[in-house]
Design a protein around this ligand. Structure first.
Ligand SMILES: [Zn+2]
Length: 184
């Protein structure tokens, strides 16, 4: 985990705006995606307004809203609904960490509990996936699948820190392929 911590620290220093927990902007339809590569360890992390994923940002009130949350939780369990890494990089998922608001056990009570959403009435989803990649130098792009799966998601601000360098991109449904920094 020390490696991941250093990578996260490095990214946080390099990209002060990339750490949503530290006050990143909450704009509906806009999500952040980060990729950090250190050797064979690659972490891809999404931070999105809950609205873009399920269409609301409060405790579920209807059967449809509960189903939307359950479906989102299932979709985010693995990385496939969000991103596809190049097969040549031979990446294997080793860890994931999903934080989907209102999916706690007490959601079934059917009413909102203080502290589950932000004080301003907004809520964010975070999902991070760690991979072990056998050929990390083949990691030249990320294909973002999230626009197809979550049509409310309008665009993604993407930021990468890899062995080849650092890069930023703005991705949307028409431009879902993120070219990562290339070796010079
Ligand atoms: Zn919101």
């Amino acid at each position: 985990m020390k490696q991941g911590y250093i990578a996260a620290l490095w990214l946080a220093m390099w990209l002060p705006a990339a750490a949503p927990a530290q006050g990143g902007a909450h704009v509906h339809g806009a999500a952040h995606l980060s990729l950090v590569q250190e050797g064979g360890a690659v972490t891809v992390a999404l931070d999105s307004p809950l609205e873009a994923i399920v269409g609301f940002e409060h405790a579920p009130k209807t059967a449809e809203q509960k189903a939307a949350l359950t479906e989102a939780a299932a979709a985010l369990k693995g990385p496939d609904a969000l991103v596809q890494l190049p097969a040549a990089a031979a990446c294997r998922l080793t860890d994931s960490d999903i934080d989907l608001p209102f999916m706690a056990a007490d959601v079934d009570h059917g009413h909102a509990h203080a502290g589950h959403d932000d004080h301003d009435g907004h809520a964010d989803v975070t999902a991070s996936y760690t991979f072990a990649c056998a050929q990390p130098d083949k990691l030249d792009r990320v294909t973002v699948k999230a626009f197809a799966r979550f049509p409310r998601l309008h665009h993604i601000d993407a930021e990468a820190a890899t062995a080849a360098g650092q890069g930023k991109a703005v991705l949307d449904a028409a431009h879902p392929v993120w070219s990562l920094p290339a070796k010079r």
